[in-house]
Design a protein. Structure first.
Length: 708
């Protein structure tokens, strides 16, 4: 893997206008060995200008999760400056070091250590320079808000700006810079105002669709009626008569462009196209059998003990199947991009989670060297994994090259639903058993197309096997009828729904309180701590289920973070509707960089999780997407949101872990388990629509899962 700075060092320094440039090169230390997905030559860099202004460059992007602020906090902490001195430039491929993208809750736990190390090294270099200029050993110097002074003589001092003035150097040291400890923190561990807050609440924040250039054309593109459809013929005669319209029909790309986007949209409607549509007799209800039949050979992830003997000796065997449908990302901001191609170079502003891979895709599509393509990422209006791919950037660049003018492509909501990379439909089959002491003796876990994420067996099952039949992408993903991809903790939501529901089924059958059952069956101390913390904060009242309390507990591990949720619900058994009244989340995410930011991520996870629990499921017929807008695809409403309480379990011995996804993964299970505790009915398929819950309530064996 190589980096692409697009500038040599002299050009880069000239661009920045002087000052000290700190390049963090590959270190043999354990710290950088952990950054296995980062380039081998440059992990992170920053610039200290003569006036003391500090600019931090990051290949990560800001899409509402708050990493602009948390990254600045990490940089400020290790540099020894106040947060106000930091400026952030994110997702600009000409200015930032290579990065694979912003997803998987990787920013804090993977890029964070590299950024902190770069800033710690910068501080060490600056102190060494100050030592040379002040004529005292470095050990006699202290740093306070970018001012290096002599201990006991504050009058002898130099600012970072003074040290950087007139210099443009890259210096490396033979010693390893030491990161600051939690006890030394002045910026990390606190909750400052978000750096993007004022721009966003005042409407000044710019997103890809807000950026314009002189002479820009808006493009509307001919789209197929279904996935897999092939264009047979196209008649553009009427569109060609529209004044000021530019028509493109090249290599399968048919588009109309106009200075007025509405005129372009109207012109698109006049095009007559004939399509050959693939016939596939599969919909959102039959997809599960289809997937199981199409599944590839399994990847066996975990095998222990004697499964056959455990099955034979089981007093009661629990063999259950759990399912979840396709889900759309449905971000507030649809995909958008603006591209300009001139003088042999291309510049693209795009709503994307992956600036560098998108740059490379654009370069490939228009036949440019990546060094001649610049991808700039403005604020992104929600991604959740759906903007990991940015095909609209490629479309805009192709069109801009063809017509010789700047071109903006904004997807409509219908296009957003059609071209989304959906969270895959999936099936989980589990066979398990428990002994007379309430201990799990068997755990056979087969998952189809949700992948391996969150399939780890942290319960103490002596006889266990995990088999993964098809990932959520990559091998086997082409079995799906349309593109699938990451959806906030991809696959983990389904896997944890299945696992924690199965655990609850066994606890109820054994007549054991569900919290006690979990504690009895795991020695994982981090998991035990979050379970106890969540239960304590919730005021847990022990009782076997269904207890009629309408409360439940579920837990999970994601992005290095342990999370346990307790939920309280009320069920209307006449209508099948559920009201979630309260959710308590206890989360151990190691050192917490920004407590308010972490809390907001938990709240976002729980709120978004309500969607996949109750309403979000894509309807389709073969390759035809039936949901085209929010009139049929239902997102959570404000009225659904319960009281949310967050407990950040202290664990300063562990480096900061991911916080963008862990709290969402147990949501399906904790709500389903709470519904069971309230009324004795269990649903085996998400989303838990009123119709499915009513079927479960009316099933002859109400305590067993009902077919969805």
């Amino acid at each position: 893997m190589t980096t692409s700075l697009n500038l040599d060092r002299r050009e880069f320094v000239k661009l920045l206008g002087g000052g000290i440039v700190v390049l963090l090169t590959t270190s043999p230390s354990e710290l950088f060995a952990q950054q296995r997905q980062y380039p081998t030559d440059v992990n992170a860099y920053l610039h200290i200008a003569p006036d003391g202004r500090i600019t931090v460059f990051s290949g990560k992007i800001e899409m509402g999760q708050g990493v602009m602020t948390s990254q600045a906090q990490m940089a400020a902490e290790e540099l020894g400056v106040s947060l106000g001195r930091i400026e952030m430039i994110l997702g600009d491929t000409d200015k930032c070091p290579w990065d694979m993208g912003t997803f998987g809750s990787l920013t804090t736990r993977m890029f964070g250590p590299a950024l902190r190390a770069a800033c710690a090294e910068a501080r060490l270099i600056l102190m060494q320079l100050a030592s040379e200029k002040l004529g005292v050993p470095r050990e006699q110097l202290v740093v306070d808000d970018g001012i290096v002074s002599v201990k006991g003589d504050a009058s002898r001092k130099l600012t970072y700006g003074q040290l950087a003035k007139g210099q443009a150097i890259t210096r490396t040291l033979d010693e390893k810079a030491v990161l600051r400890s939690v006890a030394e923190f002045k910026v990390m561990g606190r909750s400052p105002k978000r750096m993007d807050g004022v721009e966003k609440v005042t409407g000044r924040a710019k997103y890809a669709a807000d950026i314009t250039l002189p002479g820009m054309l808006s493009a509307r593109i001919l789209r197929p009626p279904a996935h897999g459809a092939k264009l047979v013929s196209v008649d553009t005669a009427r569109a060609e008569k529209v004044e000021g319209l530019t028509l493109v029909n090249q290599d399968g790309l048919v588009a109309v462009l106009h200075a007025d986007p509405e005129t372009a949209g109207q012109a698109l409607q006049t095009i007559v196209a004939k399509w050959e549509v693939r016939k596939v007799d599969v919909d959102q209800d039959s997809i599960f059998d289809y997937l199981v039949k199409k599944a590839p050979e399994p990847d066996v992830r975990d095998t222990r003990g004697d499964l056959a003997a455990a099955r034979k000796d089981a007093a009661k065997l629990f063999e259950l199947t759990w399912r979840s449908g396709y889900k759309a990302h449905a971000p507030i901001e649809p995909h958008a991009a603006l591209a300009e191609v001139k003088d042999g170079k291309a510049t693209v502003w795009a709503a994307t989670q992956t600036p560098f891979p998108t740059r490379d895709a654009v370069a490939s599509a228009i036949g440019f060297d990546p060094a001649n393509v610049r991808l700039i990422t403005p604020y992104v209006g929600g991604g959740f994994g759906g903007k990991s791919s940015a095909p609209q950037a490629v479309e805009a660049a192709r069109l801009a090259k063809i017509v010789g003018k700047p071109v903006q492509v904004e997807w409509t909501r219908e296009e957003e639903f059609f071209y989304d990379t959906f969270d895959p439909a999936a099936v989980v089959k589990i066979a398990s058993a428990v002994d007379a002491e309430g201990r799990i003796t068997l755990w056979e876990y087969d998952v189809y197309f949700a992948g391996a994420r969150s399939t780890e067996v942290f319960y103490d099952a002596p006889n266990a096997r995990v088999r993964v039949f098809g990932a959520w992408r990559g091998a086997g993903a082409d079995t799906h009828l349309f593109a699938v991809g990451p959806w906030r903790a991809p696959g983990a939501n389904t896997n944890v729904f299945a696992r924690e529901s199965q655990i609850d089924v066994m606890a109820a059958a054994a007549g054991i309180d569900p919290l006690e059952f979990r504690l009895r069956n795991t020695k994982d101390e981090r998991m035990r701590r979050v379970l106890k913390a969540a239960a304590g904060a919730a005021g847990w009242k022990a009782a076997p289920g269904p207890s009629g309390q309408g409360r439940a507990i579920a837990c999970g591990i994601d992005a290095g973070t342990y999370a346990a949720l307790v939920a309280f619900v009320k069920v209307d058994e006449a209508t099948g509707t559920v009201k979630v009244e309260r959710v308590v989340c206890a989360q151990d995410m190691g050192v917490v960089v920004n407590p308010d930011g972490a809390t907001m991520q938990v709240e976002g996870c729980i709120t978004m999780g309500l969607g996949y629990v109750f309403s979000e499921e894509l309807r389709f017929e073969g390759g035809k997407i039936l949901d085209k807008n929010f009139d049929s695809y239902k997102l959570p409403l404000f009225s659904w949101v319960p009281k949310i309480e967050t407990v950040l379990v202290k664990n300063d011995e562990l480096a900061p872990q991911g916080g963008g996804e862990p709290a969402i993964v147990p949501m399906g299970a904790v709500i389903a388990n709470a519904v069971f505790d309230a009324c004795g009915a269990r649903v085996d398929r998400l989303p838990m629509t009123p119709e499915r819950l009513l079927a479960a309530i009316r099933a002859p064996k109400a305590k067993e899962p009902a077919a969805g």
